[in-house]
Ligand binder design. Structure first.
Ligand code: ADP
Ligand code: MG
Length: 210
C-alpha cells in the first residue's frame, strides 16, 4: 500500500489525513483516487470496510470550490444510516476546509426543516434517493452547479428498488458531470444500469483481503 503523499492532492488534505491517522491508502483508494482526480467516471467494486467513502470523499473534496456556495457534489446512499455514516466521514475528511457545508438530506426529518437549511445553500449534499427527488421536485434543492454525482452502494440501491428515483434525479442534473459508482458486487443489473449513467467509465475492481 502507498502513502497518500504520492497523490497530487493538497497539502491541507495530506495533513488532515495524517491527523486522522490514515497513513496508507487502502487498495480501492490507491486505484480510484488518481482516476477520480483525472476527471474520469468510474465503476468501482470493493468489499464493505475497504475505505470506499474516503476514496470518493478525497476526490470530491479536492475538486470542490469552497468559495462557491453552491451544491457541487451529490452522494446518494441506500439508507438513512449509511447517509449518516458517509456524512460523518466526509466531515472528518473536510475538517481542514473552513466554512464548508455538508448537508444530509434523508427521510424521517420534516421537509420544512431541510428546506430551511437549503435556503442557505451547501457545498455537498448526502442523501437517500426518495428524499432528494422530493426536494428537487419541490424546487427547494438546486443542482445546476453540480460537478459530480456519487452512487454509493449502488447494488443495494438497485436491490431496494431505487432505480426509478435515481433515473428521475438524473433529469435534474447538468450534462457532463462526473459520475462515480461504488458497489460491493458487480451484479449484471448494475452494469446495465450504469451503462446509461456513466460516460466511458474506468472499471476498478479490488480483490480485497480485508
Ligand atoms: P466502505 O464504504 O468500503 O464499507 P468505509 O469508507 O466505511 O468503508 O471505511 C471503513 C473504515 O475505514 C472507516 O472507519 C474509515 O474511517 C476507515 N478508513 C478508510 N480509509 C482509511 C485509511 N486509508 N487508513 C485508515 N483507516 C481508513
Ligand atoms: Mg461505504
Amino acid at each position: 500500500m502507498n502513502s497518500f503523499e504520492t497523490l497530487s492532492i493538497s497539502k491541507g488534505m495530506v495533513e488532515n489525513l495524517n491527523n486522522l491517522e490514515y497513513k496508507q491508502m487502502t487498495p480501492i483508494q490507491e486505484k480510484s483516487i488518481p482516476i477520480i482526480i483525472e476527471g474520469r467516471d468510474i465503476i468501482a467494486k470493493a468489499k464493505t470496510g475497504s475505505g470506499k467513502t474516503a476514496a470518493f470523499g478525497i476526490g470530491i473534496l479536492e475538486k470542490l470550490n469552497v468559495k462557491k456556495f453552491r451544491v457541487q457534489s451529490l452522494v446518494l446512499c441506500p439508507t438513512r444510516e449509511l447517509a449518516e455514516q458517509v456524512t460523518a466521514e466526509l466531515r472528518k475528511l473536510a475538517r481542514f476546509k473552513h466554512n464548508i457545508k455538508i448537508l444530509k438530506l434523508t427521510g424521517g426529518i420534516p421537509l420544512y426543516k431541510q428546506e430551511g437549511s437549503l435556503f442557505h445553500e451547501a457545498h455537498i449534499v448526502v442523501g437517500t434517493p426518495g428524499r432528494i427527488l422530493k426536494l428537487l421536485e419541490r424546487g427547494s434543492l438546486n443542482l445546476d452547479h453540480l460537478k459530480n454525482l456519487v452512487l454509493d452502494e449502488a447494488d443495494r440501491m438497485l436491490d431496494m428498488g431505487f432505480s426509478d428515483e435515481i433515473n428521475a434525479i438524473l433529469d435534474f442534473l447538468p450534462q457532463n458531470i462526473q459520475t462515480l459508482c461504488f458497489s460491493a458486487t458487480f451484479a449484471s443489473d448494475i452494469k446495465l444500469f450504469t451503462k446509461k449513467v456513466l460516460n466511458d467509465p474506468v472499471d476498478i475492481e479490488v480483490e480485497s483481503t480485508h
